[in-house]
Design a protein around this ligand. Sequence first.
Ligand code: PEP
Length: 245
Amino acid sequence: MTRRPLIAGNWKMNGLRSDLAWMDTLGAELEGGRPDCDLVLFPPATLIGGLIEPGQAQGVSIGGQDCAPAASGAHTGDISAEMLADLGCSHVIVGHSERRADHGETDAQVRAKAEAALRAGLTPIICIGETLDDREAGRAEAVVTAQLQASAPDAPASLVVIAYEPIWAIGTGRTASDDDAQAMHAAIRANWRGDDAQALRILYGGSVKPDNAKGLLSRPDIDGALVGGASLDAQSFAAIARCVR
Ligand code: PEP
């Protein structure tokens, strides 16, 4: 089974209206040859509206960085999956480790958010990953596969995306080795609860840069990347996208 690679950029809480020009810069970068992959950008919610149409022009889908489990109601400050879909989003990140840490999000809440995304017709990118303590204690695979079981909804593999993001690699400049990342991706695929695991796209995230992307993306179970810091620069993001196998 061939899985189409996906390169996603997560701007986190970065970006002002002056950064909307990023999409034009990316378009110019890709003019010489478009990589054979899906491209999705996750700007802050304030910039989604301004990036949908420029994204369509450049073949870049837009997603939200989080969504509420409920469709609407008395949840001040929250944004529902339906609202993201209404804006023209196609994807939403759920369970990013920064939200798990900053907002105490549990696996059960992450699963409810992923279910909300599916209800609204969005593709959830469900983030899982171990701490440095977990890795050093030799329990990384057990922790990550337990998160997978508890955070992923009962859904066809083709409708969701998993992002394996070791917490110690996010924003630190440290990356899992190609071998360690491949081993974890294979374990995630082996522990997918459905019989359609070959259709499951599993992204790697954690300090992906143009100079380490090729090695990671050439591994058989690594189907793309979730890129944080390096996605703020359109040229770096394009360089990573050009590394797809
Ligand atoms: C992320 O935000 O998901 C991420 C992996 O960040 P960075 O690439 O900066 O480590």
